[in-house]
Design a protein around this ligand. Structure first.
Ligand code: ADP
Length: 491
């Protein structure tokens, strides 16, 4: 395990000497330590990224040259997939097959943005048709600058890839700060950068706490853009810090996404998607479909099946075979999730299944998959993101009631619809206020498609060409082509 910062192409100690314990959430053991970077370390890293952007070759390269580096990084990640997935499980707790998906997606993200970096239609100048024929004009895009990327602990390597790959493809340089709970796979990006001989300073990885290293990155005047994934309160701090220098900002924040199950749904299929939508990654997913709305005609039958299938979920150490649900990431998260369930009960919700620490473990942050019914509309569990394996359920009578309930949220990241009536699916999809709508599924994510939310779920979109454009600045180039003098004072 790496235990240094990766700055300017070198592995260096943190200046304060303070280290962060990295805890395996399945065993509660400290199995690694990484530096707790301070503001001076951040200053060094931003300085390196600044120098690489202002004086280095990276932003000036042809897209196809950058593409070759990105492709080599993707290849290296693929070669190390099994090993990186194991590190992710030790750090985050998720089941190994899910970690392997993640790392596969990380490699795919690098390949996708390698292709984008060399695509002509992305770089091509766009000629602007002016009415005034004395001028010609074109719009071009250029690399934006130095990026400060801050990512959370739920998909540590993948959320970092969603920032690093498009930023590098677009010609930016980056300082990335992973979450203090899960820093290890982020540091592996440093090793991968070394392997492919990425120019020094283009990619810098600085581990540290949010309030110190994170805040120093937000506040640093050498950073041009902040790219953040995490909670709404921290997202708000990112925007506040960005405001002083008018830094560019993109935010991917929380959600309380609804899943609407209509009466014509295939119950078996719907149950599997509903379970996947809330229990994969232990429910620690920003797009988790954590508010379940089921048509009253199938409500009882659906819940019976959902409870029966949920009871079969195998819980345990993510490295063990056949596990579907691992521990939550940290003690803090574990206590918060149990507290939210307790608050739900106080508010009048009933526990259909789960609700407690999982049985049979003396160590580890295991929480049973939990279904809450009769959940009051005003309750905390209905309105707030729990970020755990907890789904809140309510029945509905009509389509318009379902849409109204679904939209009644300060979040708007995702929504899912289950129905055999495709006209209805399209109609409801058109009415839901969310950045991602899933029809007859929940959660599949594609590097080609835009990802991000309405309302308090964020600003901007990641992935696809939208992700690339996040890291470009637009420039208008206009020429005076008339033979005549301009005529302000000359004639
Ligand atoms: P959570 O509460 O689930 O940990 P956060 O939004 O606080 O979610 O964390 C997401 C990321 O934001 C982490 O990398 C964390 O260290 C970082 N972070 C937390 N607070 C700040 C802050 N004040 N400034 C910058 N980064 C922060």
């Amino acid at each position: 395990m790496r235990n240094k910062l990766y700055i300017d192409g070198k592995w260096v100690e943190g200046l304060s000497g303070e280290m962060i314990d990295v805890i395996n959430p399945a065993t509660e053991e400290v199995f690694a330590k990484v530096p707790a970077a301070n503001a001076e370390d951040i200053d060094k890293a931003v300085g390196a990224a600044r120098k690489a952007f202002d004086n280095g070759p990276w932003p000036k390269m042809e897209g196809r040259e950058r593409a070759a580096y990105l492709r080599a990084m993707g290849k290296r990640i693929e070669e190390r997939l099994k090993e990186l997935a194991r590190i992710e499980v030790l750090d985050n707790g998720k089941p190994l097959p899910e970690a392997e998906w993640d790392i596969g997606d990380v490699a795919a993200c690098f390949y996708f943005y390698a292709d984008m970096a060399e695509r002509e239609d992305i770089k091509q100048e766009e000629i602007i048709e002016l009415q005034d024929k004395r001028f010609t004009s074109k719009a071009v895009t250029v690399p934006l600058g130095v990026v400060g990327g801050i990512v959370p602990w739920n998909y540590p390597m993948l959320m970092a890839a969603w920032k690093i790959a498009p930023a590098l493809a677009a010609g930016c340089t980056i300082v990335l700060k992973p979450a203090e709970q899960t820093p290890l796979t982020a540091l592996e990006y440093g090793a991968i950068a070394d392997d492919v001989k990425l120019p020094a300073g283009v990619l810098n990885i600085v581990t540290g706490f949010g309030s110190t290293a994170g805040q120093a990155l937000l506040d640093h005047r050498g950073v041009d853009k902040l790219a953040f994934t995490g909670s709404v309160p921290t997202g708000s701090k990112v925007m506040q810090a960005a405001a002083r220098d008018i830094k560019r900002v993109s935010l991917e924040l929380g959600g309380k996404s609804p899943f609407l199950v209509f009466e014509d749904s295939d119950i078996d299929e719907a149950v599997e998607w509903v379970m996947f939508g809330i229990f994969w990654n232990q429910g620690q997913v920003c797009s988790a479909t954590s508010r379940l709305l089921v048509h009253e005609a199938i409500y009882d039958k659906f819940l019976e099946k959902l409870a029966a299938e949920t009871a079969k979920i195998t819980i345990g150490n993510g490295l063990d075979e056949g596990i579907l649900l691992g521990p939550l990431v940290s003690e803090k998260q574990y206590l918060q999730v149990l507290a939210a369930i307790g608050q739900g009960k106080k508010d009048g919700a009933k526990i259909l299944t789960g609700g407690k620490r999982a049985k049979g473990f003396d160590k580890g942050y295991f929480v049973e998959p939990t279904i809450l019914v009769d959940v009051p509309l005003t309750s905390h569990v209905w309105n707030e993101e729990i970020f755990g394996p907890v789904v809140a359920v309510r029945p509905f009578e009509t389509e318009s009631e379902a849409v109204h309930l679904a939209n009644h949220s300060r979040f708007g990241l995702a929504a899912a619809i289950m129905t055999k009536d495709l006209k209805r699916a399209e109609r409801v999809a058109g009415q839901l206020k969310a950045g991602i709508i899933w029809i007859n599924c929940s959660q599949p994510t594609f590097v080609e498609a835009p990802w991000g939310g309405f309302k308090q779920s964020g600003i901007g979109r990641e992935l696809g060409r939208w992700g690339y454009e996040n890291y470009r600045e637009i420039k208008q180039i206009t020429s005076y082509v008339s033979n005549r003098p301009w005529g302000w004072y000359s004639k």
